[in-house]
Design a protein around this ligand. Structure first.
Ligand code: HSE
Length: 429
């Protein structure tokens, strides 16, 4: 057994406290797996004297994170504080001292991963940054390094999945479902990062970058949240055999020369495996040329599940340090263009409040036809002043569909464009 590897932990909240617990409870197993004990050298916290989920010996706690990460005896820094600063400065200071870094920080990796990768002199592992306990980074970086990924599609935010699942199963409004998610601790007091899709967009950027060997940042991701989804959108989807999910979709274009990365609510058929992902669970499909379609499913958030991913990374970087080697570094050689959302091709569900009189359907159909958007199904709900036309299109570009909707809004016979939503997952799973 080699001498202990010293671990500095930045942050002791929901995830950090579980990292402390596992390092303590599983110390013997971890030492045997790494080949050296993993010894906690210190835990940087914002405030001393706070009650913690897991007791941490006072002598390990410090509010001076910079002094901790630059200590000569520290080998590995685990960052679970989140946010851009001071996390970035602390990680860069650790890297300058040759430490290995394990991070769960999706926002930082998606905004400025390039700076971290460039500064890295040992290992930078971040399995916990995307979908909590679910192994996705390592399978994409390592297991699938010999394959050609075409698409990554999935549910990568548990909070929004919980809210949409409640809306679907109980008919609740967005506001009521959000309140329930907050009271159960699934959603934060300020839910913006989750419900506006920022969290999922950061994860999509990280996944796309690895899957397509291309640098993708959060700013490259087309993002729409779920705050505008109404109980009637959910009911209308249900009536047609669909369920609404917030999806992250990273896809190679048909000519293979660019990628599209987007996060938005979409209708998927109830028969699709992602429709069965309930409550706060996450699930991701990876579609690759030789592997075919793979599905990853599990707990995408929470202290212990996320700590499981952190511990897996700790073992990996510990082994690498002992062997005097490094894990895979950033791979961006393909350098594909990230195309704008207008070039995305998919199907759409469009509901229109219309006058119920002869010629209305023909006029509406003519607008679709002028933009070369082909209609697959159409049905009418209600009558008289309450009529609604619900159309589902064949695959069309986002730009063509947007132009269609703009022209529909100008028609006298269309009182309102009540809803436009993408339809995904209709291809046989
Ligand atoms: N808030 C995230 C979620 C977990 O709801 O999935 C951390 O990324």
């Amino acid at each position: 057994m080699s001498k202990p590897l010293k671990v500095a932990l930045l942050g002791c909240g929901v995830v950090g406290s579980q990292v402390v617990r596992l390092l303590t409870e599983q110390a013997d197993d971890l030492a045997a797996r790494v080949g050296a004990p993993l010894e906690l050298a210190g835990v940087a916290v914002r405030r001393m004297g706070r009650k913690r989920d897991v007791p941490v010996p006072d002598e390990l706690l410090t509010t001076d994170a910079h002094a901790l990460v630059t200590r000569d005896d520290v080998d590995i820094v685990v960052e679970v504080i989140g946010g851009i600063e001071p996390a970035r400065a602390l990680i860069l200071a650790a890297m300058a001292g040759g430490k290995s870094v394990v991070s769960a920080n999706k926002a930082l990796l998606a905004e400025d991963g390039a700076t971290l990768h460039a500064a890295n002199r040992a290992d930078l592992y971040f399995e916990a940054a995307v979908a909590g306990a679910i192994p996705l980074i390592r399978p994409l970086r390592e297991s699938m390094a010999g394959d050609r990924v075409h698409r990554v599609l999935g549910i990568v935010n548990g909070t929004t999945n919980y809210i949409l699942d409640k809306m679907d199963s109980t008919g609740a409004s967005f506001a009521d479902a959000l309140e329930e998610a907050q009271s159960l601790g699934y959603a934060e007091a300020d839910p913006t990062a989750d419900v506006e899709g920022f969290d999922a967009a950061a994860k999509a950027a990280i996944l796309a970058g690895i899957a397509f060997h291309t640098r993708v940042t959060a700013a490259d991701v087309h993002r729409e949240g779920i705050t505008e989804i109404s109980a009637s959108d959910v009911a209308s989807a249900k009536a047609m055999g669909y369920v609404i999910k917030l999806l992250a979709i990273c896809a190679r274009s048909e000519d293979g020369r660019s990628v599209g990365v987007r996060v938005h609510p979409a209708m998927i058929p109830r028969s699709h495996p992602l429709a069965g992902v309930r409550e706060a669970y996450n699930a991701v499909f990876v579609e690759a040329e030789s592997a075919g379609r793979l599905m990853f499913y599990g707990a995408g958030a929470g202290g212990a599940p996320t700590a499981s991913a952190v511990l897996g990374d700790l073992v990996a970087v510990g082994r690498n340090r002992l062997a005097g080697t490094r894990g895979p570094s950033e791979s961006v050689y393909a350098d594909l263009a990230v195309h704008p959302v207008g070039e995305t091709v998919t199907r759409y569900h469009v509901s229109l409040d219309v006058a119920d009189k002869p010629g209305v359907l023909a006029t509406v159909a003519d607008v679709f036809s002028r933009h070369d958007v082909s209609i697959q199904t159409v049905r009418q709900e209600g009558r008289g002043d309450d009529a609604q036309l619900v159309l589902v299109t064949h695959r069309a570009s986002d730009a063509a569909l947007s132009a269609t909707v703009e022209d529909l809004r100008d028609l006298d016979i269309v009182r309102a464009v009540a809803g436009v939503m993408r339809v995904e997952g209709d291809e046989t799973p």
